[in-house]
Design a protein around this ligand. Structure first.
Ligand code: FPP
Length: 249
């Protein structure tokens, strides 16, 4: 067991979000089909969940399927959906035994029926768990999420449930898919790309962004611990100056 000594256990991020990129390149480097990479990516998800529990990270959000991912070849889309159903079937008992609560963000009604059903069942079964919340972003688009919240705001204004004076960051956040989830302190994107790709655009306003060259299937316990160590070296100023941060510590 390595590198825990590098960490300040009093400063573990409460919520870490992941853009799990690089499964396809990882597989290609090994002369394998892209789905082989996605299957290896599921193993990384499992190891990151285990490590998060060990460290006391309370929320993990994983970008598993974006609205744009439907444009991939149909065999890859189908393979990803099957992987998801299999992963839930294989892992839900252990997740439940370990106190993991499953949530989703995105339009899961737009997923294949068996996928939707297995997600609903897993969410219902794990809903009272408190050790860790795993949020899967599925059929997710941050722009769509924000537009939906804008439309919901408009409807509340029309019905009189809200007045213009009531609308602020806090009220708007309550209309997002993430309404009961704190904003992430840390976002990790694997595999060398430095972009957000329509993920959590509202929620990442003050999040520390970390980009690593490691492909997602290679992102395991040590890489996660290293990412948190790098986060702990950052100074989060929230628009203030360094001296102000020092005095509030
Ligand atoms: C991006 O890599 C990865 C995805 C679009 C899918 C991520 C999904 C998993 C890791 C499986 C999820 C399963 C569960 C249970 C959460 P890419 O295919 O874009 O890689 P590339 O950029 O190298 O082609």
């Amino acid at each position: 067991m390595s590198t825990l000594t590098n960490l300040d256990l009093q400063n573990i991020p409460r919520h870490v979000a992941f853009i799990m990129d690089g499964n396809g390149r990882w597989a290609k480097n090994k002369g394998q089909h892209r789905l082989f990479g996605h299957a290896a990516g599921v193993e990384s998800v499992k190891e990151v969940i285990k490590t998060a529990r060990e460290l006391g990270v309370a929320y993990l959000t994983m970008y598993a399927f974006s609205t744009e991912n439907w444009a991939r070849p149909s065999d890859e889309v189908e393979g990803l959906m099957n992987l998801l159903v299999d992963a839930i079937a294989n892992e839900v008992d252990e997740m439940h035994a370990n106190g993991v609560r499953l949530l989703t963000i995105g339009d899961i009604k737009g997923l294949p029926g068996n996928c939707y059903q297995s997600l609903l069942e897993a969410m219902e079964r794990t809903k009272d768990n408190t050790a860790l919340t795993l949020v899967l972003a599925l059929n997710y688009s941050a722009r769509k999420e924000i537009l939906n919240a804008a439309i919901a705001t408009h409807k509340k204004l029309l019905s009189g449930e809200l007045s213009l004076d009531d609308i602020n960051d806090t009220e708007f956040s309550k209309l997002l898919d993430t309404k009961d989830i704190p904003d992430p302190e840390l976002l990790v994107r694997t595999s060398g790309e430095c972009r957000i790709s329509n993920f959590l655009l509202w929620q990442l306003s003050y999040t520390e962004l970390l980009f690593t060259d490691t492909h997602w299937p290679d992102f395991r316990r040590k890489a996660f611990i290293d990412a948190i160590a790098a986060y702990q070296k950052r100074e989060r100023r929230f628009g203030m100056v360094s001296e102000q941060i020092q005095t509030t510590k």
